[in-house]
Design a protein around this ligand. Structure first.
Ligand SMILES: Cc1cc2nc3c(=O)[nH]c(=O)nc-3n(C[C@H](O)[C@H](O)[C@H](O)COP(=O)(O)OP(=O)(O)OC[C@H]3O[C@@H](n4cnc5c(N)ncnc54)[C@H](O)[C@@H]3O)c2cc1C
Length: 444
């Protein structure tokens, strides 16, 4: 058996290479920079952080902390480099990006089991176990080859993410359950609907038009919105009624409190595999995060909404994971091909590191003929993998780690902690780490 191939020396690819080498196997890591730059990377270092220098919260018993803690228990190279490169950042793990990337690059370059090839991978080898980790800015030639393997319609180049709010922060005295014309997909009232009267709608449109936008890191991003996923502020700019005839159309919906059709409606959809949370349907946007919170809380029923994720639109190459991947991140049709990092359908630095670690470890299992054991569903790592391989393929959107991706607690425990969210979260973390340690102990 030849070495394992890893395409892309970013966050996911570097972690995957490290895990493979740590298990005693050889691998070849392809990184196209500096010969071929991307529109966002500025250096030739591996594991360059392209934007913020934050690896999110280190506060115990938060979801981002849990994910990092799980990675540390598998001796993640990138989490070790982050500890070395840490700079003051309050509750967050913030790093000096140069120290971080240098530490990762040095560890990879000095490892005799990793051969680093500074060249663009343009195709996927037919006879090697391969991990594709070329990230949101995958080069064109390789993207074409990936499209041939997955079906071009399952490879996306833009990410239009709508915001997600916590279920228990929605005011159910205002939002009502109903599907348009009573046509439910699964026999239930699929949507929660927030009704707006004319005055509320007009004020909402004014607020959207006045809201501050996020500056784009990649200049052409602003100009390349697909017509099918226009940001809501662009719809509002095209005419005051456009939203009411688009994502906020009220047809087929009656407010049970008045018996009348509202003037406009925001629909909230519960995502499968995202317990306890709702997606603001069609509300992808480019507004600054604090602006989104302020403007969307003007919608009746969302006055106290807690946002788990904000809307975004950005360049992103990713596959439709649920249509293609197993929970072990292997292509169902070609199990020797793994996907990791942003291209697998996760969102964020640490999530990319986590899927790199998963793909690296499973590639080792495959290469050595061992059983490929998916990470436990109760863990943050296992929940991310369950999401990218098992969410609704029709409306797939990449995800950051949040508690709503982890399985709910059993009913008695939930009831015990129903008035104490912190205690609930602590229990979810305790359960996750217990399961992770059981899983790990098999390797000991
Ligand atoms: C502009 C921008 C800003 C972002 N800001 C944030 C942020 O603030 N916080 C956050 O959490 N996430 C952010 N993200 C998402 C971020 O990209 C990912 O979180 C993370 O970098 C993804 O890791 P990755 O390993 O999947 O990809 P990357 O880290 O991008 O690594 C992929 C690597 O593959 C290389 N490559 C591409 N094609 C080829 C090829 N054909 N052959 C060989 N090498 C190739 C690239 O040069 C790159 O080094 C941002 C993304 C973009 C594009």
């Amino acid at each position: 058996m030849g070495p394992i191939h890893i395409l892309g020396g970013g966050l996911a690819g570097s972690e995957a290479a490290w895990q493979i080498a740590a298990a005693g196997l050889n691998c070849v890591l392809y990184e196209m920079r500096p010969q071929r730059p991307t529109p966002a990377h500025k250096t030739d270092q591996l594991a360059e952080l392209v934007c913020s220098n934050s690896l999110k919260s280190e506060s115990e018993n938060t979801a981002p902390w849990l994910l990092k803690e799980e990675l540390r228990r598998f001796d993640s190279l990138l989490l070790r480099a982050a500890r070395e490169a840490r700079v003051p950042g309050g509750h967050a793990l913030t790093v000096d990006r140069e120290v971080f990337a240098r530490a990762v690059s040095r560890a990879i370059e000095e490892n005799p089991r990793i051969e680093l090839r500074r060249e663009e991978a343009v195709s996927i080898a037919e006879d090697a176990i391969t991990i594709i980790a070329t990230g949101p800015l995958t080069s064109g030639a390789l993207a074409h080859d990936i499209g041939c393997l997955t079906g071009a319609e399952r490879l996306f180049f833009y990410d239009s993410i709508s915001p997600i709010v916590e279920a228990e922060s929605i005011d159910l005295a205002i939002a009502f359950r109903a599907s348009r014309y009573g046509k439910s997909l699964d026999g239930t009232d699929d949507y929660l609907n927030c009704p707006l009267n004319r005055e509320q709608y007009e004020r909402f449109v004014d607020a959207i038009l006045a809201a501050e936008a996020v500056p784009s890191h990649i200049p052409e991003d602003n100009a390349r919105f697909f017509e099918a996923c226009l940001p809501i502020e662009e719809l509002a700019r095209r005419g005051r009624e456009t939203l009411r005839f688009g994502p906020m159309k009220p047809v087929g919906l009656l407010d049970p409190r008045t018996g009348l059709r509202p003037y406009a409606v925001l629909q909230l959809r519960q995502e499968n595999l995202r317990a306890d949370s709702y997606n603001l349907v069609g509300f992808q946007n480019h507004m600054r995060f604090p602006e989104q919170a302020r403007v969307f809380r003007m919608i009746p029923g969302l006055e106290r909404a807690e946002f788990l994720r904000y809307g975004q639109i950005h360049r992103n190459t990713y596959i439709n994971g649920p249509a293609l991947l197993t929970p072990t991140l292997q292509l169902r049709t070609h199990p020797r091909v793994f996907f990791a990092g942003q291209i697998s359908g996760v969102e964020g630095y640490v999530e990319s590191i986590a899927t790199g670690l998963v793909a690296g470890r499973h590639a080792v299992e495959l290469a050595s003929g061992a059983e490929i054991r998916a990470f436990p569903r109760e863990t943050a790592i296992g929940s991310l993998c369950a999401y990218v391989s098992g969410a609704d393929a029709r409306n797939y959107q990449p995800a950051n780690i949040t508690f709503d991706l982890l399985p709910a607690l059993d009913e008695p425990t939930r009831l015990r902690f129903r008035h104490d969210k912190k205690a609930r979260h602590a229990e979810v973390c305790r359960r996750a780490l217990e399961k992770l340690d059981e899983y790990r102990s098999v390797y000991a």
